[in-house]
Design a protein around this ligand. Structure first.
Ligand SMILES: Nc1ncnc2c1ncn2[C@@H]1O[C@H](COP(=O)(O)OP(=O)(O)O)[C@@H](O)[C@H]1O
Ligand SMILES: [Mg+2]
Length: 190
């Protein structure tokens, strides 16, 4: 029987928590290197990306590299009442504040990046299919946002997060590429 979304989320979370700090760092670095080699990265001027929480793939290094290359970084601000989010530009990690569950979000006085301004979106997720379909954290925030976003998308994933069989619903939107420590997978949404 096909596992449901909730069970898969729990299984992947447990798996990721079992990883050692060394392994986490090594794999995050490999993923970052693969990302930096892509045309999508090289061409991007404004990148939407989350501030990772362990054991998610570390995005700190990626954000710092973007700044070094003169790119703009925008991070999500969630509005739980509407289950909506937008992306706000930050030029330093000092412009973040801790909200719920230790999640870091851009401070009030940061400037919003319009949907058209974002040319690359790094979409977070707990698991992905080879087609780029994504199992998120259960809020549907990215499905809602992606429904009116037309720029490039990709996701960073450990190889164990790529599953052969993933429950997909009509509102789920696939990402264009999957970047793992060992490969770059193009999907049909590319
Ligand atoms: N574009 C959308 N408009 C309205 N509701 C949506 C949209 N996308 C997702 N949802 C709702 O959000 C909830 C979570 O979606 P789900 O795909 O299970 O989560 P996630 O993508 O975070 O894993 C579902 O109840 C779904 O109906
Ligand atoms: Mg979804």
């Amino acid at each position: 029987m096909r596992e449901n979304k909730k069970i898969i989320r729990q299984r992947i979370r447990t798996h990721l928590m079992e990883m050692s700090n060394e392994e986490h760092e090594e794999l995050s670095n490999k993923i970052a290197e693969n990302l930096f080699s892509l045309d999508e990265w090289k061409q991007a001027k404004t990148i939407g990306i989350t501030i990772s929480i362990y054991p998610e793939i570390s995005t700190v290094r990626i954000i710092e590299q973007a700044w070094r290359e003169g790119k703009s970084i925008a991070v999500p601000k969630c509005y739980p009442e509407e289950k909506a989010m937008d992306f706000k530009k930050i030029t330093s990690f000092n412009q973040l504040e801790s909200v719920y569950y230790g999640l870091l979000e851009p401070m009030e006085d940061t400037k919003k990046a319009s949907v058209r301004e974002l040319d690359l979106l790094v979409v977070p997720g707990l698991a992905f299919s080879n087609e780029g379909y994504r199992l998120g954290f259960g809020g549907g925030y990215y499905d809602r946002f992606l429904s009116h976003y037309s720029g490039k998308t990709l996701a960073l994933a450990y190889d164990v997060q790529i599953l052969d069989d993933l429950p997909i619903e009509v509102h789920d939107i696939a990402v264009g590429k999957l970047i793992t420590p060992t490969k770059v997978l193009r999907t049909f949404a590319h």
